[in-house]
Design a protein around this ligand. Structure first.
Ligand SMILES: Nc1nc2c(c(=O)[nH]1)N[C@H]1C(S)=C(S)[C@@H](COP(=O)(O)O)O[C@H]1N2
Ligand SMILES: [Mo]
Length: 507
């Protein structure tokens, strides 16, 4: 066999790129796309320590890097398959079309083996074959021909990538996307009223989101969301219960529902990070379901939750008792990104146990470790109290600072601000609490469907003052029982960030 020429290698790599493009055309940004299948495989094979390192040190960059690495691996893998087949075809003096077909066939088989999705595999193979055929071994050899082949195949790959990208943009479930719910006004008048109240109670501070987040953060163990069909979805509630039961969405939707404003915060976020958000969630109180399955007298300690993306978490049964099985978010069906069709919301606890794409709740008698606890985190308990500083406005010697404060179910009673680095403290203006949980059957025009205070939601704070010189602003929250947010600083790993947020301000 002759040594593959440089041009043949490049044609093969272009063909490999074509496979990724073709597969993307058919699959979009889902697990059926070979790149995400590769990323997922790498993620599952990677040692836990590496995964923990990636998420702690790289943060939000970890997933794009993983996808980019997987794409490179994909080009090399499918390119190598093309190169082998092209070289073989050349050595055996096969017809170019026949060789191109063989390239596509080999690539399609490999793509299928990776992603177990026939249509994207075939689409990938077809584009891989087309690119190989355009630039593959011609009938004549020589530098000029090689260059022409190369240009052709590079052009073919570029077109394939371009078309795939154009079609893929806007597809549901893309990175950071997943806003697959209808736009337009919210239909439920009660939800509209509650969201209106949240908007009214929000304080205006530049760069600070209102009380209901406009963009809700997301944290996922996988580069793409699982696609769970709401009609065939089911939740198994079993283990140490009196009667095991299975619920489908209609079962849940047929029960008395509640609207709750709930804040989520990720244990992995920086102290003044942005992985903390609030939404109005609608769902069935977990207590309702637990009463039906019956928890034995001798109170098992814990629950183990499983999800459609392979995620699992364990935490105390007691925490689940006040949880909500949520199927709507801000008046719309739960978006794919946030756990469609059902996720759990556990009052006052770190985001990680608020399992999305929930499929199973097992009541257990002995402790087990959850996904993040196996990786060294300690995030199954209540959240740390925090006051964040995200807005700083300065104009003519007037400074306005503001942000959100959250203390889980302990509640925020006050936020204190220091403008001299922590010596003197003043109470900041605080937003009125969000309304408490509301029965979804309440009369939207009724007296007061929003009496009470949200049990697990943040508040906004704002402070305006005069300053002419650079200074350090420090902010801290005070819980409902008077406890001041601890000053001791700690990184997020493993117990969640703590300390007072501070920032230098130059008027
Ligand atoms: N099934 C599943 N649930 C999950 C996760 C996940 O990766 N898979 N991430 C958890 C983490 S670490 C956090 S902080 C929250 C984030 O919820 P959000 O993505 O809706 O903001 O979801 C939790 N629930
Ligand atoms: Mo998290």
């Amino acid at each position: 066999m002759r040594k593959p020429t440089v041009s043949l290698t490049l044609v093969a790599l272009a063909s490999g790129t074509g496979v990724l493009a073709g597969s993307f055309l058919a699959a979009g940004f889902t697990d059926r796309w070979v790149v995400l299948a590769l990323a997922r495989t790498a993620f599952f094979l990677a040692p836990d320590a590496l995964v923990a390192f990636g998420i702690q040190r790289l943060g939000d960059a970890a997933q794009p890097l993983l996808v980019a690495g997987a794409a490179l691996a994909g080009v090399l893998l499918f390119g190598a398959l093309a190169l082998g087949t092209l070289s073989g075809g050349r050595a055996l003096d096969r017809e170019p079309a026949e060789t191109a077909f063989a390239v596509g066939a080999v690539q399609a088989v490999a793509a299928f083996a990776l992603a177990v999705a026939p249509v994207p595999a075939l689409a990938g193979g077809a584009v891989g074959a087309a690119v190989a055929g355009l630039g593959g071994p011609g009938t004549t050899e020589g530098v000029d021909v090689a260059r022409r082949d190369l240009l052709r195949s590079a052009g073919g790959a570029a077109i394939a990538v371009g078309v795939a990208a154009a079609l893929g943009v806007g597809r549901a479930g893309g990175p950071g996307g997943g806003d697959d719910v209808p736009d337009g006004p919210v239909e439920d008048p009660l939800v509209r009223r509650l969201l209106g109240t949240a908007a009214e109670r929000s304080l205006a501070v530049a760069d600070v989101e209102p009380l209901v987040s406009e963009e809700f953060y997301r944290v996922d163990i996988n580069p793409s969301d699982p696609e769970v069909d709401a009609d065939s979805w089911g939740l198994r509630v079993g283990g140490a219960v009196e009667t095991e039961r299975r619920y489908d969405l209609a079962d849940l939707a047929g029960r008395p529902a509640e609207h709750r404003f709930v804040t989520l915060r990720c244990v992995g976020e920086r102290l003044n990070g942005t992985k903390m958000d609030t939404a109005l969630w609608t769902g069935v109180p977990m207590a309702n379901v637990l009463a039906e399955v019956g928890v034995p007298e001798d109170e098992p300690c814990c629950v183990f939750l499983r999800a459609a993306d392979g995620y699992y978490q364990e935490f105390p049964l007691e925490a689940l008792e006040s949880a909500l099985l949520a199927y709507r978010m801000n008046g719309r069906p739960l978006p794919t990104a946030h756990g469609h069709p059902v996720r759990v919301l556990v009052p006052g606890h770190w985001g990680e146990i608020n399992v999305k794409w929930l499929t199973e709740i097992e009541v257990i008698r002995e402790e087990r470790r959850g996904y993040w606890e196996e990786r060294g985190w300690n995030g199954t308990g209540p959240v740390n109290t925090v006051a964040k500083l995200h807005g700083v406005e300065t104009a003519d010697g007037r400074v306005t600072v503001g942000g959100h404060a959250y203390a889980g179910t302990r509640g925020v009673a006050a936020v204190e601000v220091s403008t001299d680095g922590g010596d003197a403290w003043t109470e900041a203006e605080l937003s009125e609490p969000l309304p408490g949980s509301t029965s979804a059957d309440a009369d939207p025009e009724g007296e007061d469907p929003e009496a009470g205070e949200a049990a697990d939601a943040w508040r906004m704070w704002r402070h305006e003052y005069r300053a002419d010189d650079p200074h350090e602003v420090v902010v801290r929250a005070v819980e409902a029982d008077g406890t001041v947010q601890p000053a001791e600083e700690a990184d997020a790993f493993p117990n969640g960030a703590s300390g007072w947020v501070s920032r230098d301000v130059s008027p």
